[in-house]
Design a binder for this molecule. Structure first.
Ligand SMILES: [Zn+2]
Length: 237
């Protein structure tokens, strides 16, 4: 199959578009025919290489994907060939103390598709069946592929760790990237007030269109903390 992969880490010129072996599903895994994949900053970090973390060449990049199931591995139940799915790229053991209390990203065996195992910038990818979810019907494949990594990161940040509740105020410092925009949308859906910052008035305007209650250009205000205190009547965020 065709895939964007690297044989060694480094600059952009290390990227190869070419043939790699097609995946075979291990027990409990399914193969997805990838219809759309999204680029994350993580892909750039993996391509550049991380100290002490060797890659296994050819390493296929990419964490996010949507597509259709093309093959079921042994002992997979509840999924069918042709199902339209999105992928949760965080892979964990499922039975350690962290996994059992819903802290999968703390699992000693935690890995991410495209980082610790072959990625999604390929015609096919094999992933654990527990990591695939139905593609929302109101999203096309491109829109669905843009969701997972940014939204699970933002969810863990502001919901799991931050415990954000309706009526509270969230500050999203540096709006514009995928995780920040996901955090803004989740904060608004949670019923919180959202304050965003940027050095770009254009990004602040886009954030307001997405529901941000206040936008602060940190290049134009003296002290950001003072400004936030002012916006929250001294309560802070
Ligand atoms: Zn675990």
């Amino acid at each position: 199959m065709k895939a964007i992969h690297i044989n060694e880490t480094g600059d952009l010129n290390r990227l190869v578009y070419g043939e790699v072996p097609s995946p075979r599903p291990a027990p409990g895994e399914v193969v997805i025919n990838v219809r759309a994949a999204a680029l994350n900053h993580l892909d750039i970090r993996v391509r550049r290489g991380r100290p002490g973390v060797p890659i296994q060449a050819p390493h296929v990049l990419g964490s996010d994907a949507s597509g259709t199931i093309s093959e079921l591995g042994p002992s997979v139940t509840g999924l069918h060939i042709g199902d339209e799915v999105i992928l949760n790229p965080g892979v964990s053991c499922g039975h350690c103390e962290f996994c059992l209390r819903g802290e999968q990203s703390e699992c000693p065996a935690f890995g991410i598709v495209g980082m610790s195992r072959p990625g999604t910038f390929a015609e096919q990818v094999s992933v654990p069946a527990v990591n695939v979810h139905p593609k929302p019907a109101h999203l096309n494949f491109e829109e669905a592929a843009a969701l997972p990594l940014a939204y699970v990161t933002a969810w863990r940040l502001i919901m799991t760790r931050g415990g954000l509740k309706a009526g509270e105020t969230a500050l999203i410092h540096g709006i514009g990237g995928g995780v920040a925009i996901a955090a803004l949308q989740l904060a608004k859906l949670a019923g919180a007030t959202a304050i965003v910052t940027s050095s770009s008035d254009h990004k602040l305007a886009r954030a307001r269109a997405l529901g941000a209650d206040h936008g602060v250009n940190y290049r134009k205000v003296g002290d950001i903390a003072t400004e936030i205190k002012k916006l929250t009547d001294g309560r802070g965020v």
